[in-house]
Design a protein around this ligand. Structure first.
Ligand code: SF4
Length: 239
């Protein structure tokens, strides 16, 4: 015999969606909620294990589990304590690739009037620095962020200056396809402790097809090698 824990359910056609107080959910055949309530779920079946793991049922009475649930709920909702910690700044819509999956509606590298203005950038950072979070991440995206190195440098110098009176722990991340990232920008990343986030899409043919450029795979690989040599030469020579 198991104990019931609070959960909600809703029928959708021939299915039911069950949602526990901890926010876990299961999509199950219609009628399952009634079976759970009527204690008809076999404790040896996979569904029972899912119900127990998701805090729909329990083999212990609720009081024994309250502390455990409180910890799980607190962990799940911890973002509410710290408010927004990840801040993404789209510096430009321009890009030197043409990916099939691009979610940024990127424009050609030489497109006009699609870089963020310095004024908007500073306003964005002012807003970010007002976040109550004590530790934040500022991520620079695009388009291709490395096409606007001066904006990146300005953003980090401006944020660091503001932070002298705010005292947050700031992690900077530069999202780049690494196609044309310059040695100057790599040196700046090293000196300013900026993480670089980049990606290959898989094997060369797939990657080049995705990116809409014949030489993309090799150029990304070269860019990653240059970044590793410049930023972490010791690690690079050991690998
Ligand atoms: S590299 Fe990024 S921004 Fe550029 S086209 Fe591809 S997905 Fe879009």
């Amino acid at each position: 015999m198991y104990f019931l824990l609070p959960f909600r359910f809703r029928s959708i056609q021939d299915k039911e969606i069950l949602v526990s107080e901890l926010g876990n959910y299961l999509i199950v055949p219609r009628g399952t909620a009634a079976d759970i309530v009527n204690r008809k779920i076999d404790s040896q079946c996979d569904l029972y294990k899912d119900l127990e793991a998701g805090a729909f049922v329990s083999e212990k009475p609720i009081p024994d589990l309250i502390d455990n649930f409180a910890i799980r709920l607190r962990t799940k909702k911890s973002f509410l304590d710290e408010f927004t910690t990840l801040h993404i700044i789209v510096l430009t819509l321009r890009c030197n690739q043409n990916c099939t999956y691009c979610q940024a509606s990127s424009l050609p590298s030489d497109a006009k009037h699609c870089d963020m203005s310095v004024e908007d950038l500073e306003k964005s950072i002012d807003l970010i620095m007002r976040s109550p979070a004590t530790a934040i991440t500022i991520e620079f995206q695009g388009g291709e962020s490395s096409l606007v190195p001066d904006l990146i440098k300005h953003a980090i110098r401006y944020a660091n200056k503001l932070n002298e009176s705010v005292g947050k722990q700031i992690t900077y991340v530069l999202c780049s396809n690494c196609i044309d990232i310059s040695d100057d920008l790599l040196s700046f990343c090293k000196d300013s402790c900026i993480f670089i986030s980049t990606s290959l899409d898989g094997p060369e043919q797939l990657h080049n097809s995705n990116r809409g450029k014949k030489d993309s795979f090799q150029r990304v690989k070269d860019g990653i090698s240059r970044a590793r040599r410049k930023i972490a030469p010791r690690l690079h020579s050991e690998s």
